[in-house]
Design a protein around this ligand. Structure first.
Ligand code: LLP
Length: 445
C-alpha cells in the first residue's frame, strides 16, 4: 500500500513528498524518521472539515503525545488546530514553539505542581481534572495567580473498547478519570462548581486507541450525556463542552479498514445529537483529541539492511529468513509493547514484487523483531527499507536502549527535505552522567 504522497519513481525507488527515499537515507543516514508534510496537513484539514460539515460547534486538539517537536507544533498551529498536552515537557515544547496558549489543554492522571503552575501562569485553555487531590492543587494555583482556571472533569465512561488492553482506558477499572457509576464523577463536578477559583466547563473522556469501529465512542457519548443531564438536574449547571478524546485507528496493514473520517464524524455527531435530544440538552462544544489518526500514516521510518540469515524452524515452511536492520526496539518499541504490526517497502526495489516472506529484525540485544512476516523482495545488505505508518508513538516513545542514538527526523514536501530533529551524537549519551570524585581515581589496570 502507498500512503499519503508516497509513489514509486522512474528508478523504481520509493518517493515521499517528491523526495527519493534512497537519497534521503544517504544524505541524512538511517534509521531516519520521515514526515510527509502534505499528508499531515491534509489529515488535519480533512478531520476539521468532516466535523465542521456536521456539527459547527466543534474543536480539534491534536494529541501531542503521538509526535511532538517544534516543527510539528508549528504545523499544527498553522492548521488552526488546538493541542492536547499531558506533561510538563509537552506543554513546555508547545509553548517554546509559540503555540497559542489559549488553544492548549493539559491532561495527566497525576499532575505535578510545576505542570499545574506552568499551565495556570501561561493561561492555557483548559486543565482536565483527573483526581480529587488535584482539584485543590489547581484551585490553589489559580488563587495564587489570582485568576480563575477553566477545567473539565475527566470521567471513566465504563466502556471496554476492542483494542490492546494496554491502550484501552474507558473501562471502569482504570487509573484514569472519575468513575461515573460510583458517583465519583458527580462529586468531582460538585467540588469544581463549588470552587471560586475554578470555572467548570464540561466533561472529558478517552476510551482507547487504535479503534477500528465507533461502537465504544457511541456508548461512551451516551453515558457522558446521561451524566451531563444528571449534572443539570442536580446542580443546574450546563456542560458547555464535551471532549471525547482520541482513538480513531489507522492503516498499519493494507487489510486494516478504519472508518473514513466522514463515517466517523457522521456516527459521532449522530450519537451525540440523539443523546442530547433524549435529555433535551443544548449542544455543547464537541472537542476531541486525535493523535494517531492525524500523524501515523504521515510517518515512515527508513532503515538500512545489514546481516541476513536463514535458520531452520520446526514448523512449515522449515526455515525463516531474518533481515536485520540498523534500528529496532529503541526507535519503535510498539511491536514488543502492543504486538503492533507493520508493512514494509524495499525503498530501492519498490517496483519489484514483494513476494518473499521474511522477518525484519532489530539489532538490539533482545528478540526485537519489528515484523515477523513481512512481504518484501529478495533483500541484500545495503538495501533501504521503508517501514510505513510510523508517524505516531514511534519517535515519541524512542529510547536509548543499548545506548543507541535516537534517529534524526526530516520533514518532506514539494521535493524538498528539511531536518526537523537532529540525530543524537555519542556525546549526548553521557551528557547527563556524573562521576563522583571518589570514582575518578584508582581504576585497576
Ligand atoms: N486523549 C487522551 C486523553 C489520550 O490519553 C490519548 C492517547 C489521546 C487523546 C490520543 O489517542 P489517539 O487518537 O492517538 O489514539 N503508545 C500507544 C498509544 C497510547 C495512547 C494513549 N493515549 C501506542 O503506541 O499505540
Amino acid at each position: 500500500m502507498l500512503l499519503g504522497t508516497q509513489r514509486v519513481n522512474a528508478q523504481g525507488r520509493l518517493e515521499i513528498g517528491g523526495c527519493d527515499t534512497v537519497a534521503l537515507a544517504q544524505e541524512f543516514g538511517t534509521p531516519l524518521y520521515v514526515v510527509d508534510e502534505a499528508e499531515l496537513r491534509a489529515r488535519c484539514r480533512a478531520y476539521a472539515a468532516a466535523f465542521a460539515d456536521r456539527y459547527p460547534r466543534n474543536r480539534i486538539h491534536y494529541a501531542s503525545k503521538a509526535l511532538l517537536n517544534l516543527a510539528v507544533a508549528r504545523i499544527i498551529a498553522q492548521e488552526g488546530l488546538c493541542l492536547d498536552t499531558a506533561s510538563y515537557g509537552e506543554l513546555f515544547t508547545a509553548l517554546r514553539a509559540r503555540f497559542p496558549a489559549a488553544r492548549i489543554n493539559l491532561h495527566g492522571s497525576n499532575k505535578l505542581a510545576p505542570e499545574i503552575e506552568l499551565a495556570v501562569r501561561r493561561r492555557i485553555g483548559h486543565i482536565t481534572l483527573d483526581n480529587f487531590g488535584e482539584i485543590q492543587l489547581v484551585a490553589d494555583a489559580a488563587a495564587a495567580q489570582q485568576r480563575p482556571v477553566r477545567v473539565l472533569v475527566r470521567v471513566a465512561p465504563g466502556v471496554d473498547p476492542d483494542t490492546h488492553r494496554f491502550i484501552s482506558t474507558g473501562q471502569a477499572d482504570t487509573k484514569f478519570g472519575f468513575n461515573i457509576l460510583d458517583g465519583s464523577a458527580m462529586e468531582a463536578v460538585r467540588r469544581a462548581l463549588a470552587s471560586p477559583a475554578l470555572r467548570f466547563d464540561g466533561i472529558h473522556f478517552h476510551v482507547g486507541s487504535q479503534l477500528l469501529d465507533t461502537v465504544s465512542h457511541e456508548e461512551a457519548i451516551s453515558a457522558a450525556v446521561d451524566l451531563m443531564a444528571q449534572i443539570r438536574a442536580t446542580t443546574g449547571a450546563l456542560c458547555h463542552e464535551l471532549n471525547i478524546g482520541g482513538g480513531l485507528g489507522v492503516r498499519y496493514l493494507s487489510t486494516h479498514e478504519p472508518p473514513s473520517l466522514e463515517t466517523y464524524a457522521e456516527r459521532i455527531t449522530g450519537a451525540l445529537r440523539s443523546a442530547l435530544a433524549r435529555h433535551g440538552l443544548p449542544m455543547p462544544v464537541l472537542a476531541q483529541e486525535p493523535g494517531r489518526s492525524l500523524v501515523a500514516e504521515a510517518g515512515t521510518t527508513l532503515y538500512t539492511v545489514g546481516a541476513i540469515k536463514t535458520v531452520p524452524t520446526l514448523t512449515a515452511p522449515g526455515s525463516r529468513t531474518y533481515a536485520s536492520i540498523d534500528g529496532g526496539l529503541s526507535d519503535n518499541p510498539r511491536p514488543q509493547l502492543y504486538e503492533a504490526v507493520y508493512e514494509v517497502i524495499a525503498a530501492n526495489k519498490a517496483d519489484r514484487p514483494h513476494d518473499r516472506t521474511l522477518a525484519i529484525a532489530g539489532r538490539h540485544c533482545e528478540t526485537d523483531v519489528l515484523i515477523w512476516d513481512a512481504s518484501a523482495p529478495e533483500l541484500e545488505p545495503g538495501d533501504t527499507l521503508a517501514v510505513q505508518t510510523t508517524g505516531a508513538y514511534n519517535a515519541a516513545m524512542a529510547s536509548n536502549y543499548n545506548k543507541f542514538l535516537r534517529p534524526a527526523m526530516v520533514l518532506v514536501g514539494d521535493d524538498r527535505a528539511d531536518l526537523i530533529v537532529e540525530r543524537e551524537t555519542p556525546a549526548d549519551l553521557v551528557r547527563h552522567d556524573c562521576v563522583p570524585a571518589r570514582l575518578k581515581a584508582g581504576a585497576r589496570t
